[in-house]
Design a binder for this molecule. Structure first.
Ligand code: PEP
Length: 249
Protein backbone atom coordinates (compact mmCIF):
# COMPACT_ATOMS: atom_id res chain seq x y z
CA UNK A 1 0.00 0.00 0.00
CA UNK A 2 1.40 3.38 -0.96
CA UNK A 3 2.03 6.09 1.62
CA UNK A 4 -0.68 8.69 2.07
CA UNK A 5 0.78 12.09 2.89
CA UNK A 6 -0.02 15.66 3.77
CA UNK A 7 2.94 17.99 3.24
CA UNK A 8 3.11 21.71 3.97
CA UNK A 9 5.11 24.21 1.96
CA UNK A 10 5.65 27.37 3.98
CA UNK A 11 7.36 29.16 1.07
CA UNK A 12 8.98 32.50 2.10
CA UNK A 13 6.67 33.01 5.08
CA UNK A 14 7.25 33.14 8.86
CA UNK A 15 10.35 34.52 10.50
CA UNK A 16 12.33 32.10 12.67
CA UNK A 17 10.37 32.77 15.87
CA UNK A 18 7.04 32.43 14.07
CA UNK A 19 8.20 29.25 12.36
CA UNK A 20 9.34 27.74 15.66
CA UNK A 21 5.95 28.60 17.19
CA UNK A 22 4.04 26.97 14.31
CA UNK A 23 6.21 23.84 14.34
CA UNK A 24 5.73 23.56 18.13
CA UNK A 25 1.95 23.86 17.79
CA UNK A 26 1.92 21.18 15.10
CA UNK A 27 4.14 18.88 17.13
CA UNK A 28 1.83 19.27 20.13
CA UNK A 29 -1.22 18.35 18.06
CA UNK A 30 -0.03 15.60 15.70
CA UNK A 31 0.28 12.31 17.57
CA UNK A 32 -0.84 9.27 15.60
CA UNK A 33 -1.65 10.65 12.17
CA UNK A 34 -3.25 8.28 9.68
CA UNK A 35 -0.86 9.57 7.00
CA UNK A 36 2.71 10.76 6.71
CA UNK A 37 3.00 14.44 7.68
CA UNK A 38 5.80 16.65 6.36
CA UNK A 39 6.48 20.36 6.80
CA UNK A 40 8.62 22.22 4.30
CA UNK A 41 10.26 25.30 5.80
CA UNK A 42 12.74 27.98 4.72
CA UNK A 43 16.38 26.90 5.01
CA UNK A 44 17.12 29.03 8.04
CA UNK A 45 14.35 27.32 10.04
CA UNK A 46 15.47 23.77 9.34
CA UNK A 47 17.91 23.14 12.20
CA UNK A 48 15.66 24.69 14.86
CA UNK A 49 12.53 22.96 13.57
CA UNK A 50 14.37 19.63 13.35
CA UNK A 51 15.12 19.95 17.10
CA UNK A 52 11.48 20.69 17.85
CA UNK A 53 10.27 17.74 15.78
CA UNK A 54 12.49 15.18 17.54
CA UNK A 55 10.19 12.41 18.78
CA UNK A 56 7.33 13.65 16.60
CA UNK A 57 5.86 11.76 13.62
CA UNK A 58 6.19 14.97 11.58
CA UNK A 59 9.05 14.91 9.07
CA UNK A 60 10.91 17.93 7.82
CA UNK A 61 11.54 19.13 4.26
CA UNK A 62 13.60 21.85 2.67
CA UNK A 63 11.88 23.81 -0.09
CA UNK A 64 14.86 23.62 -2.43
CA UNK A 65 18.52 22.66 -2.65
CA UNK A 66 21.40 23.68 -4.89
CA UNK A 67 22.19 22.00 -8.19
CA UNK A 68 25.86 21.85 -7.22
CA UNK A 69 27.45 19.71 -4.51
CA UNK A 70 29.62 22.39 -2.84
CA UNK A 71 32.01 25.23 -3.47
CA UNK A 72 31.97 28.83 -4.66
CA UNK A 73 28.22 29.32 -5.12
CA UNK A 74 27.48 32.25 -2.84
CA UNK A 75 24.09 32.12 -1.21
CA UNK A 76 23.28 28.56 -2.23
CA UNK A 77 22.46 25.71 0.16
CA UNK A 78 23.55 22.21 -0.78
CA UNK A 79 21.64 18.97 -0.37
CA UNK A 80 24.34 17.82 2.05
CA UNK A 81 23.78 20.92 4.20
CA UNK A 82 20.03 20.33 4.16
CA UNK A 83 20.49 16.71 5.24
CA UNK A 84 22.87 17.77 8.04
CA UNK A 85 20.03 19.72 9.71
CA UNK A 86 17.90 16.61 10.16
CA UNK A 87 15.54 17.31 7.24
CA UNK A 88 14.67 14.13 5.35
CA UNK A 89 12.69 15.50 2.38
CA UNK A 90 13.34 18.17 -0.21
CA UNK A 91 10.65 19.84 -2.31
CA UNK A 92 11.96 20.21 -5.87
CA UNK A 93 10.47 21.45 -9.12
CA UNK A 94 7.95 23.79 -7.53
CA UNK A 95 6.42 26.03 -10.20
CA UNK A 96 7.60 29.16 -8.38
CA UNK A 97 11.19 27.94 -8.70
CA UNK A 98 10.64 26.99 -12.33
CA UNK A 99 9.02 30.35 -13.12
CA UNK A 100 10.92 32.92 -11.02
CA UNK A 101 14.33 31.22 -10.80
CA UNK A 102 14.32 29.63 -14.24
CA UNK A 103 14.83 26.08 -13.03
CA UNK A 104 14.78 23.87 -16.10
CA UNK A 105 14.17 20.13 -16.29
CA UNK A 106 17.96 19.68 -16.61
CA UNK A 107 18.73 21.77 -13.52
CA UNK A 108 16.04 19.86 -11.63
CA UNK A 109 17.54 16.57 -12.74
CA UNK A 110 20.82 17.63 -11.07
CA UNK A 111 19.00 18.68 -7.91
CA UNK A 112 17.11 15.39 -7.74
CA UNK A 113 20.35 13.44 -8.06
CA UNK A 114 22.11 15.48 -5.38
CA UNK A 115 19.14 15.20 -3.02
CA UNK A 116 19.07 11.42 -3.44
CA UNK A 117 22.85 11.11 -3.12
CA UNK A 118 22.57 12.86 0.25
CA UNK A 119 19.75 10.68 1.53
CA UNK A 120 16.96 13.21 0.99
CA UNK A 121 13.61 12.10 -0.44
CA UNK A 122 12.45 14.52 -3.15
CA UNK A 123 8.86 15.73 -3.26
CA UNK A 124 8.87 16.52 -6.95
CA UNK A 125 6.29 18.95 -8.34
CA UNK A 126 4.89 18.92 -11.86
CA UNK A 127 2.06 20.86 -13.43
CA UNK A 128 0.89 22.97 -16.31
CA UNK A 129 0.26 26.71 -16.54
CA UNK A 130 -3.17 28.15 -17.39
CA UNK A 131 -2.44 28.61 -21.13
CA UNK A 132 -1.32 25.01 -21.39
CA UNK A 133 -4.50 23.77 -19.69
CA UNK A 134 -6.59 25.97 -22.01
CA UNK A 135 -4.76 24.49 -25.01
CA UNK A 136 -5.44 21.04 -23.54
CA UNK A 137 -1.77 20.10 -23.53
CA UNK A 138 -1.41 19.49 -19.78
CA UNK A 139 -0.58 15.82 -20.34
CA UNK A 140 2.33 16.58 -22.67
CA UNK A 141 3.70 19.20 -20.26
CA UNK A 142 3.61 16.92 -17.25
CA UNK A 143 5.02 14.00 -19.24
CA UNK A 144 8.02 16.04 -20.37
CA UNK A 145 8.66 17.30 -16.81
CA UNK A 146 8.72 13.71 -15.53
CA UNK A 147 10.81 12.40 -18.42
CA UNK A 148 13.28 15.28 -18.26
CA UNK A 149 14.03 15.19 -14.54
CA UNK A 150 13.07 11.79 -13.13
CA UNK A 151 12.69 8.96 -15.60
CA UNK A 152 16.44 8.41 -15.91
CA UNK A 153 16.46 7.20 -12.27
CA UNK A 154 16.86 3.57 -11.34
CA UNK A 155 13.77 1.86 -9.93
CA UNK A 156 15.33 1.94 -6.47
CA UNK A 157 15.85 5.68 -6.63
CA UNK A 158 12.49 6.38 -8.24
CA UNK A 159 10.82 4.63 -5.31
CA UNK A 160 12.21 7.37 -3.04
CA UNK A 161 10.31 10.07 -4.95
CA UNK A 162 6.95 11.52 -3.91
CA UNK A 163 5.21 13.24 -6.83
CA UNK A 164 3.03 16.33 -6.47
CA UNK A 165 0.69 17.40 -9.25
CA UNK A 166 0.26 21.15 -8.90
CA UNK A 167 -1.62 22.87 -11.72
CA UNK A 168 0.06 26.27 -11.70
CA UNK A 169 -3.24 28.06 -12.33
CA UNK A 170 -4.49 26.69 -9.01
CA UNK A 171 -1.53 27.67 -6.81
CA UNK A 172 -2.34 30.50 -4.42
CA UNK A 173 -5.24 31.61 -6.63
CA UNK A 174 -8.16 30.06 -4.79
CA UNK A 175 -8.94 28.16 -8.01
CA UNK A 176 -8.78 24.45 -7.23
CA UNK A 177 -8.71 21.71 -9.83
CA UNK A 178 -11.97 19.81 -9.50
CA UNK A 179 -11.59 16.40 -7.88
CA UNK A 180 -12.24 14.90 -11.34
CA UNK A 181 -9.55 17.03 -13.00
CA UNK A 182 -7.10 16.06 -10.27
CA UNK A 183 -8.01 12.38 -10.53
CA UNK A 184 -7.63 12.40 -14.32
CA UNK A 185 -4.12 13.82 -14.14
CA UNK A 186 -3.07 11.61 -11.22
CA UNK A 187 -4.26 8.51 -13.07
CA UNK A 188 -2.37 9.69 -16.17
CA UNK A 189 0.81 10.25 -14.15
CA UNK A 190 0.44 6.80 -12.61
CA UNK A 191 0.09 5.31 -16.10
CA UNK A 192 3.34 7.02 -17.18
CA UNK A 193 5.13 5.62 -14.14
CA UNK A 194 3.72 2.17 -14.97
CA UNK A 195 4.99 2.42 -18.56
CA UNK A 196 8.46 3.37 -17.35
CA UNK A 197 8.88 1.33 -14.14
CA UNK A 198 6.07 -1.22 -14.22
CA UNK A 199 2.70 -1.51 -12.54
CA UNK A 200 4.01 -2.44 -9.07
CA UNK A 201 6.12 0.73 -8.80
CA UNK A 202 3.25 2.84 -10.14
CA UNK A 203 0.90 1.41 -7.53
CA UNK A 204 3.41 2.25 -4.79
CA UNK A 205 4.04 5.83 -5.99
CA UNK A 206 2.57 8.55 -3.80
CA UNK A 207 1.02 11.36 -5.86
CA UNK A 208 -0.05 14.49 -3.97
CA UNK A 209 -2.37 17.19 -5.23
CA UNK A 210 -1.43 20.83 -4.67
CA UNK A 211 -3.17 24.05 -5.61
CA UNK A 212 -5.50 25.89 -3.23
CA UNK A 213 -6.14 22.68 -1.32
CA UNK A 214 -7.55 23.64 2.07
CA UNK A 215 -9.51 22.42 5.06
CA UNK A 216 -12.79 22.83 3.13
CA UNK A 217 -11.98 20.92 -0.07
CA UNK A 218 -9.32 18.41 1.04
CA UNK A 219 -11.67 15.54 1.88
CA UNK A 220 -13.31 15.64 -1.54
CA UNK A 221 -9.95 15.68 -3.34
CA UNK A 222 -8.49 12.94 -1.12
CA UNK A 223 -11.51 10.72 -1.80
CA UNK A 224 -10.28 10.16 -5.36
CA UNK A 225 -8.45 6.85 -5.76
CA UNK A 226 -5.27 8.25 -7.30
CA UNK A 227 -4.99 11.31 -5.05
CA UNK A 228 -2.79 10.16 -2.18
CA UNK A 229 -2.73 13.41 -0.25
CA UNK A 230 -1.86 17.05 -0.60
CA UNK A 231 0.98 19.54 -0.90
CA UNK A 232 -0.40 22.54 0.92
CA UNK A 233 0.78 26.14 0.63
CA UNK A 234 -1.35 28.89 2.20
CA UNK A 235 -3.37 26.59 4.45
CA UNK A 236 -0.17 25.08 5.90
CA UNK A 237 0.61 28.41 7.58
CA UNK A 238 -2.34 28.15 9.97
CA UNK A 239 -2.07 25.25 12.41
CA UNK A 240 -5.82 24.75 12.71
CA UNK A 241 -6.26 24.48 8.93
CA UNK A 242 -3.25 22.23 8.40
CA UNK A 243 -4.41 19.94 11.22
CA UNK A 244 -7.87 19.73 9.66
CA UNK A 245 -6.32 18.73 6.31
CA UNK A 246 -4.28 16.01 8.04
CA UNK A 247 -7.48 14.78 9.68
CA UNK A 248 -9.18 14.71 6.26
CA UNK A 249 -6.50 12.30 4.97
C1 PEP B 1 2.07 25.23 -3.20
O1 PEP B 1 2.71 26.27 -3.23
O2 PEP B 1 2.67 24.15 -3.28
C2 PEP B 1 0.63 25.33 -3.06
C3 PEP B 1 -0.09 24.28 -3.33
O3 PEP B 1 0.12 26.55 -2.66
P1 PEP B 1 -1.41 26.89 -2.27
O4 PEP B 1 -1.91 25.73 -1.45
O5 PEP B 1 -1.33 28.15 -1.51
O6 PEP B 1 -2.16 27.00 -3.56
Amino acid sequence: MRTKMVAGNWKMNKNLQEGVALATELKNNVHNPSCAVVIGTPFIHLASVAEILKGSPIALAAENCADKASGAFTGEVSAEMVASTGATYCILGHSERRQYYHETTEILKEKVELALANGLKPIFCVGEIKDEREANCQNEVVKSQLEGSLFHLSEDDFRKITLAYEPVWAIGTGLTATPDQAEQMHAYIRSLVAERYGKAVAEDTTILYGGSCNDKNAAELFAKPDVDGGLIGGAALVAEKFLAIIAAR
